[in-house]
Design a binder for this molecule. Structure first.
Ligand code: SF4
Ligand code: SF4
Length: 432
């Protein structure tokens, strides 16, 4: 049986998926904000078109549901349509409900990956270590043409997009006391910083330590976003319950700090996973109220800025869709002006998706690349040498795009920039 939520939380309250989709008046006000519509000009690749397709699916008016696959699988789930919509129609959630009804969903690779992440994380970590060792051996690079010939180009792309793999995962490196005493803050190790970019987590923790005093490390699992997006709602609920219990077990009422905006946004959406009459709904609401994206924390830390005499490299900021449209967070412009002075420049369309969106870039490489090229062209126009952002998916996608189309710039997580800039200033002030 297909797993669907059945009802969605929206600006208009709790609604059935059908009512939410039917609420779309087809005004088209969101069209120009939808990256896939802008890239293709096709109605079925817009928020309006996708809402109609899901409504017709639910009405049983699409005789071959697989015909809806292309329109629904190409949605980036970026939420730009909802932000532009006067009624705040939750199109991304409606699209996900539609995807869950399609034959062949979830796919076998998604089932395997989400099972490993949710139910067997220790085995997942072991397999990832083996994959990283293989990558270091250079074998996957040699196999890339073969994967392409076998129609597994997406796998080859995914392998090439992974940067130099870390030898140790973040949770193996962090020296924080787990769940100890009454910490001033609690760090949630999201999968991106944990498995791909441990240096992000280390930078975040050092900033928190300096700015807020001692903290702790939650014994968390994956946030569940991957399971949720790929049709495994029960696995997403399992992970949510586990993370809620872990935070409840930790001492005090400290905030839970997350340095990947995709995960922060999903952790904040936990209440929507549980029916209103479930005791887990209220526990999820308490959990949600304690989650803080690092974007919300950094501006309050007294971080020292770059030394203006150093003439720091020009920087721009790319907004993660999840931070902007999921959490409603503005870019940390005041902080960046304080830290980088005149080196901080505006980026046209900084709020438009980069085309990363988890596995989207590997499933729809041409569409993803069209969206990415537009983003990189804006970065090149700005003359930036450093692009800052706050989500792992954006980091991977922008690194790929910059190395291909504008190698003069590199992408960096906001925490790393803030930690390095303030360490340099601190060092120059103390003469070290
Ligand atoms: S979520 Fe993004 S890609 Fe999907 S319909 Fe809305 S604007 Fe378009
Ligand atoms: S999603 Fe909202 S803005 Fe877009 S067509 Fe429907 S009602 Fe209009």
């Amino acid at each position: 049986m297909k797993e669907t939520l059945g009802s969605l939380r929206s600006a208009l309250g709790e609604q059935s998926s059908y009512d939410a989709a039917s609420q779309c008046s087809r005004c088209g006000y969101c069209l120009e904000d939808c990256p896939t519509y802008l890239a293709t000009g096709q109605e079925s690749f817009s928020g309006r078109g996708r809402n109609q397709i899901v409504r017709m699916l639910l009405e049983g008016k699409i005789s071959k549901p697989e015909d809806a696959e292309e329109a629904l699988s190409t949605c980036l789930l970026c939420g730009a349509c909802t932000a532009a919509c006067y009624a705040r129609i939750p199109t991304a959630d409606i699209v996900l409900e539609g995807r869950r009804m399609l034959p062949g969903n979830p796919s076998l690779p998604a089932v395997i990956l989400t099972k490993l992440l949710a139910r067997h994380p220790a085995l997942f970590r072991k397999l990832l270590k083996i994959a990283y060792a293989l990558k270091r051996s250079g074998l996957p690079r040699l196999l890339r043409p073969l994967l392409g010939l076998l129609g597994l180009g997406a796998l080859a792309e995914a392998e090439s997009a992974v940067p130099e793999p870390p030898r140790n995962f973040l949770r193996e490196t962090l020296a924080l006391p787990p769940d100890a005493g009454k910490p001033g803050w609690i760090y949630f190790a999201a999968c991106g910083p944990d498995y791909l970019f441990p240096e992000i987590g280390l930078a975040t923790v050092s900033l928190l330590d300096r700015g807020k005093g001692p903290g702790a490390f939650l014994r968390n699992g994956c946030c569940g976003l991957f399971s949720y997006n790929y049709g495994r709602i029960e696995d997403a609920r399992f992970l949510a319950r586990r993370n809620i219990e872990a935070l409840e077990r930790s001492g005090g009422e400290a905030n839970l700090v997350v340095d990947c905006s995709s995960c922060a946004s999903f952790l904040k959406s936990y209440p929507g996973l549980f029916p209103p009459d479930s005791p887990w709904r209220s526990r999820a609401e308490r959990f949600q109220s304690r989650v803080r994206d690092i974007l919300e924390i950094l501006p309050d830390l007294e971080l020292s800025g770059e030394d203006a005499a150093r003439k720091p490299a020009p920087i721009v900021y790319h907004e993660s869709c999840r931070a902007r449209n999921g959490e409603g967070l503005a870019p940390p412009s005041a902080l960046l002006r304080r830290m980088a002075g005149e080196s901080f420049r505006g980026l046209p369309e900084s709020d438009v998706c980069c085309g990363g969106a988890g596995l989207f870039a590997f499933r729809h490489p041409d569409l993803s690349d069209a969206i990415l090229r537009r983003k990189i062209a804006h970065i090149a126009e700005s003359g930036a040498e450093i692009v800052l952002t706050s989500s792992t998916s954006c980091l991977v996608q922008l690194a790929r795009g910059l190395s291909k189309y504008y190698p003069q710039a590199r992408v960096m997580h906001l925490s790393i920039y803030a930690a390095e800039a303030s360490a340099r200033t601190h060092g120059s002030q103390t003469g070290s």
